[in-house]
Design a protein around this ligand. Sequence first.
Ligand code: SF4
Length: 198
Amino acid sequence: MQTEKVVPFKNNEGISHSLIQSLLKKGNDYGIKAIFPFNIEEIAVAEWVHLKCCYGCNRYNTNWCCPPATPGPEKVRAILREYSIALLLVGNQSCPDFYLDNGKKRANQVRYWKGTISLERLLFLEGYYKAFSLVGETCALCKECTYPDDCRFPKERRPSVESFSIDVIGTLQNLGKTSKVAKHRSESFNYYGIILVE
Ligand code: SF4
């Protein structure tokens, strides 16, 4: 029985504050500092995001969690119609790790990745059986992705938010949140993951 509904589902059920608090407690272990539930319609899907994946990103066609291995924008829109709510997961890290392809950066990516999937698992166990994660950046669970050969960790494999043609900045604006691009290595930047829930 859900109480303290924060965002209603299509069927008028909801997700409780206490569950969000439990998710946050677990998420903290992985660097996830905040969780915001919101209506699925606030997610901005755009063709240009897919375009940027295809042209200008060196991850294209190199990872199971990036295009062309992930669904295109039309398919994504159809998938999102099967959900009511999304949870925005927010973490924060410092900029030097972003620009350098070093071990620390990868360790952070893996930490957030595992954290996001563990929250999806918790939601599943709470009865939200359709819960599905979209993880920030690309999969870094392996030092080098085996793509196009078989994935080493298929149970942990999820599409990245960007590979789902989601305009992250546009979505944040829809939620009334501001985001800034880190211009200097001394600046920190945010991690954004999304979990789809019904
Ligand atoms: S788990 Fe490894 S093989 Fe699978 S998508 Fe991630 S990096 Fe690639």
